[in-house]
Design a protein around this ligand. Structure first.
Ligand code: G16
Length: 543
């Protein structure tokens, strides 16, 4: 095998964000850019000679090209085997499962998740470890340090691999297996959930619709929902993965999945509607006439998980990212299990899951998952909900209202200000942060501030400490406001403002969310001067 050593200079902007490196496609197309980042990953790892590397991708534009590059570089750097999904497709949770099941050394996940795809849109590369989860900060920090000094990459001269046929090939001294991306993952789901009960519910007329958003979950939905569970195929939408997601954002939220939301609120709505994102790790869950926020979904799934065979022995604990609402905390308290609050980023759940300190985790950003893999998992959330519905034999709206009646309702919303100037965003955060220590006791918008801080996470498993993970303002009575800058955007900065208010009184559980949160929203504007500092009159996205 011919291996070439190609000289390059470092690129200064290869710092991994919340979930790997995400940039516009033309940036990744800069000569040597993609290779420099992949080589920096390999250079930061030890002991992979002869080992297996999984390469997963969400099918977006540039996916196939980077898979071929990654295969050549894996061979040149000494990996013994590469596993890649047919068509270059592997959902992020399926890739996580494959890494674990195959005993792989790690994996490269090629995705920019819910961000749009296409020649001028987004692409991303993330490294996952042998646990199947995103690399922890000590590895991403090492990768970033390496990007600053890299001066060459190694690449093997081998022909393109035919990604469209399953099979095993040998090239460049390495074994390359192109595998069915769906089968193993679908089998895993059968070990966790009561497929007989779900099949019976669906055969009995329970209508399920799913929007795959022209992203990676189409083939998974066809196999699991249609073929194994009997869902009407006509109710599975946008099931063919497209390189540009049909020109849409594959982001399952109330803005980008508005058609689904509108239908679910109409008289002819199916019983259950769901969607997943670009790489299949996020979920949107809507019952007939009722939207379930991701924070509520985490709480409700945790409260009912024991109804599914995979969780019949109960939960070891629950974890949520800091900006996620406290709804799940109330469930953990009732169940008498540990509750963990981590920074934003699925990588922070890894240690807790590996140490058996939590079973279910979730984030306000439409991610829920469990210890079955080490990524959040969109279809898993759909199936757990369907399993719960099949066992409880109640409508979604009744289950949601029952939950609120038992635990209270936590009104929750996130306001995003996208693509604002980076300097303006930083100044807003700095101004807020510098005044945090003086806020306690202050009255703002009919609320009284109890305390305020910048969130620091102390990992209880390995003792690592992560600073500056978001600014928190707690109000008397339990409302909370959080400010942080997104770590996944690719244009300018995105300011995220998270608001919540807990309402124990069931007679006040039918308010419109933005109205219920009005004082917290007003407090956010007063404290951060969002309009003045961002130059924006309103958020870009409200979820
Ligand atoms: C990623 C991370 C999540 C995080 C989300 C939003 O999700 O895996 O843990 O909550 O980004 O992060 P940020 O607020 O920094 O933009 P995904 O689905 O984009 O991989």
């Amino acid at each position: 095998m011919m291996i070439r050593t190609v000289k390059i200079s470092p690129f200064p902007d290869q710092k991994p964000g919340t979930s790997g490196l995400r940039k516009k496609v033309p940036v990744f197309q800069t000569p040597g850019y993609t290779e420099a980042f992949i080589q920096s990953i390999f250079d930061s790892l030890d002991g992979f000679k002869g080992e297996t590397l999984v390469i997963g991708g969400d099918g977006r534009y540039y996916n196939r090209h980077v898979i071929q590059t990654a295969i050549r570089m894996a061979a040149a750097n000494g990996f013994g085997r590469v596993l890649v999904g047919q068509g270059g497709i592997l959902s992020t949770p399926a890739a996580s499962h494959l890494i674990r099941k195959s005993g792989a050394f790690g994996g490269l996940i090629l995705s920019a998740s819910h961000n749009p795809g296409g020649p001028t849109e987004d692409f991303g590369i993330k490294y996952n470890t042998s646990s199947g989860g995103p690399a922890p900060e000590k590895i991403t920090d090492a990768i970033f340090a390496r990007t600053g000094e890299i001066d060459r990459y190694l690449i093997a001269e081998i022909d393109d691999v035919d990604l469209d046929q399953t099979g095993t090939f040998e090239a460049g001294g390495m074994v390359i297996e192109v595998i069915d991306p769906v089968a193993d993952y679908a089998d895993l789901m059968e070990t966790l959930f009561d497929f007989d009960a779900m099949r019976a519910m669906i055969a009995g007329g329970f209508k399920v619709t799913f929007d795959a958003m022209h992203a990676v979950t189409g083939p998974y939905a066809k196999e699991i929902l249609v073929r194994r569970l009997g869902v009407n195929p006509e109710l599975i939408y946008n099931a063919t993965p497209l390189e540009d997601f049909g020109g849409h954002h594959p982001d399952p939220n109330l803005v980008h999945a508005k058609a689904l939301f509108d239908w679910m609120m109409a008289d002819d709505a199916p019983d259950f509607g769901a969607a997943s994102d670009g790489d299949g790790d996020r979920n949107l869950i809507i019952g007939k006439g009722v939207f379930v926020t991701p924070s509520d979904s985490l709480a409700m799934l945790a409260a009912n998980a024991h109804l599914a065979p995979g969780y019949k022995d109960g939960l070891k604990g629950i974890a949520r990212s800091m900006p996620t609402s406290g709804a799940a905390d109330r469930v953990a308290e009732k169940l008498g299990v540990e509750m963990h609050e981590t920074p934003t980023g699925w990588k922070f759940f890894g240690n807790l899951l590996d140490a058996g300190r939590c079973t279910i985790c979730g984030e306000e950003s439409a991610g829920t998952g469990s210890d079955h893999v080490r990524e959040k998992d969109g279809l898993w959330a759909v199936l757990l909900w369907l399993n719960i519905l099949a066992v409880r034999k109640q409508s979604m709206i009744d289950i949601v209202h029952d939950h609120w009646a038992s635990y209270g309702r936590t009104y929750y919303s996130r306001h995003d200000y996208e693509a604002i100037e980076i300097d303006r965003a930083n100044q807003l955060i700095q101004a807020l942060e510098s005044g945090l220590s003086d806020l306690a006791g202050r009255q703002v918008a009919s609320l009284t501030i109890e305390r305020a801080d910048s969130f620091t996470y102390h990992d209880p498993v390995d003792g690592s400490v992560s600073h500056n993970q978001g600014l928190r303002i707690f109000f008397e009575g339990g409302s909370r406001l959080v400010f942080r800058l997104s770590g996944t955007g690719t244009s300018g900065a995105t300011l995220r403002v998270y608001m919540e208010r807990h309402e124990p009184d069931p007679s006040r559980h039918d308010q419109e969310t933005q109205a219920a949160l009005a004082p917290v929203i007003e407090a956010a504007e007063t404290l951060a001067e969002i309009r003045k500092r961002t130059g924006r009159e309103a958020p870009t996205v409200i979820t």
